[in-house]
Design a protein around this ligand. Structure first.
Ligand SMILES: [Ca+2]
Ligand SMILES: [Ca+2]
Ligand SMILES: [Ca+2]
Length: 517
């Protein structure tokens, strides 16, 4: 419980009157079209968690590279792989413990793969770094920085090169806490970076509302070249998307800014179907909040901190009227938790009753919520109790197929669980009409991982043909020509069925969900 613990210790007894102050107006959150849940009559589904792997040390982020592996970032500076069989590989994908400053709210905090990772091998991390050995030092010249860096994979797809680092951005941190940490690519191809307000408590230097600094913001940068040079990190290795809302050239407002008014946006995500954005912003002392930015937005939202904590006035000195700010679609008080861990909209296929729901949780106790558009421009959000087995959910993440996972934060017993619901019909493996492609074989399921035929895998194709013919003697395969792979001497199954296998069976690759290579 070292992450974010500073939040929990700031207990200022504010009058309970604050609990009932609600702001009308400002909830102007247009809702994109969404697929209706298939089973809503009975309310939101009951969430289950199934262990995928454990033995992690402080897991803080989960990402996929467009294939059936899961990548888990550990706070100390390792990225580890859960392979397509659901096994934790012994060798880390990346080890940058030599440069990560970790502890408290510091460390390797975020991981994302380039949208074209398959061709360029680039992935990006967000971590805290000290420029001198006595670290951290928050004197007149703080030596703690947030770094956004690019790394490259090696010829071995399960091993990255720690010497391949290209530092894209460095942001000085005046205090040890509130370092944000999440990074994600939008559907626009730009990299979004959640920056905390710099730390301490109450944003003492008012950074989140100051567009001339990068702290307390959601940033949007271009990692692929083009556009204008960096603004507020002048020696950065990135460019500015020309449509960023604060673009005004060198100096003044930071051209990197996409949103202002954030306190500590620990986890945010995009709905892979609608491209809407959800930001869990960790509160100060009374309120946790979740913010919604529709995909149609051109940026510039001001989420209110430090003028507002959730929907409640925090410190309005020098602030604008409430209409000037964008308010969360959901908030909860510290009677229910201590720090929000933003989640994801479920877009997988294994659990149809969860389709279209946004799932998030409280880091401090595992209490979870499901939100769904109410059809009138707002949201219905239901508390669904606590995530089973996961008392410290530090991050949610998606598999390439949209299935959801959650990380349980622990020093030596950190774990990754797959999110599910009780209503699902267990998919049948190894053949059958309900064949269902899963990225990971969960612990306790002994059925083998199904083979995916590919156009270039002759052996695999033969194996599939044999299996199909054996299972269905009255195969509908249409004889068209003589197969080039017939009469494999060692393949008795093929030999047995020579009369019906006089067709070339062109394997059709299994239809995989969007996002999987
Ligand atoms: Ca900080
Ligand atoms: Ca500027
Ligand atoms: Ca806010």
């Amino acid at each position: 419980m070292k992450l974010l613990k500073a939040i929990g210790v700031i207990v200022m007894l504010v009058g309970l009157a604050a609990l009932v102050v609600m702001l009308n107006g400002g909830w102007q959150t247009a809702v994109s079209a969404a697929v209706a849940p298939q089973e809503t009559q009975g309310g939101p589904p009951t969430i289950t968690t199934t262990l995928v792997e454990n033995g992690f040390s402080y897991p803080v982020d989960i990402a996929n590279a467009g294939d059936n592996r899961l990548f888990v970032a550990q706070q100390g500076g390792l990225i580890r792989i859960i392979d397509a069989n659901g096994d934790l590989l012994p060798t880390p994908f990346l080890n940058i413990t030599d440069r990560v400053e970790d502890g408290g709210e510091q460390g390797l905090l975020g991981l994302v793969f380039h949208p074209n990772y398959t061709t360029n091998g680039y992935f990006y991390v967000n971590y805290t770094y000290c420029t001198t050995s006595s670290c951290p030092d928050f004197g007149s010249t703080p030596n703690l920085y947030t770094r956004i860096s690019r790394f490259s994979v090696t010829a071995d797809p399960n091993v990255a090169d720690p010497s391949s680092e290209l530092v894209l951005m460095e942001v000085q941190q005046p205090y040890g806490n509130h370092n944000g940490g999440d990074i994600d690519f939008g559907s626009d191809g730009y990299l979004y970076i959640g920056m905390g307000d710099g730390g301490s408590g109450g944003d003492p230097q008012n950074r989140a509302q100051n567009p001339a600094v990068l702290l307390g913001k959601m940033l949007r940068i271009d990692v692929d070249g083009g556009g204008d040079p960096p603004d507020c990190d002048s020696d950065g290795n990135y460019t500015i998307p020309p449509t960023n809302p604060f673009v005004n050239g060198s100096g003044g407002d930071c051209d990197e800014i996409w949103h202002t008014g954030l306190r500590n946006p620990w986890r945010f995500s995009f709905d892979r179907q609608t491209h809407d954005m959800f930001i869990g912003d960790v509160g100060q002392q009374n309120w946790e909040e979740v913010n919604f930015q529709p995909a149609s937005s051109s940026g510039g939202e001001n989420w209110g901190w430090r003028c507002y904590e959730g929907n409640h006035e925090y410190n309005t000195t020098g602030c604008q009227p409430p209409e000037a700010y964008d308010f969360p679609f959901f908030e909860y008080s510290h009677s229910l938790g201590i720090a929000v861990t933003g989640g994801f909209v479920y877009r997988g296929t294994d659990y149809p009753d969860l389709q279209g729901y946004y799932l998030f949780a409280d880091y401090g106790n595992g209490r979870a919520w499901l939100s769904y558009p109410d059809g009138g421009g707002g949201w219905d959000t239901s508390t669904i109790g606590f995530l089973p087995s996961v008392t410290s959910p530090s991050a949610f993440g998606e598999g390439c197929d949209g299935e959801l996972y959650v990380a349980h934060y622990s020093s030596s017993n950190g774990a990754i669980y797959k999110i599910g619901t009780t209503a699902v019909v267990t998919p049948i493996y190894g053949g059958g009409e309900e064949y269902n492609f899963l990225p990971l074989v969960l612990k306790g399921e002994e059925t083998p991982f199904p083979v995916t035929p590919t156009a270039t895998s002759t052996v695999t194709a033969t194996a599939t043909l044999t299996a199909t013919v054996t299972a269905t003697p009255t195969s509908t395969l249409t004889p068209t020509n003589t197969p080039t792979h017939t009469a494999t001497p060692t393949n008795t199954a093929t030999a047995t069925h020579t009369p019906t296998s006089t067709a070339t069976f062109t394997p059709t690759p299994t239809s995989e969900p969007p996002g999987c290579n």
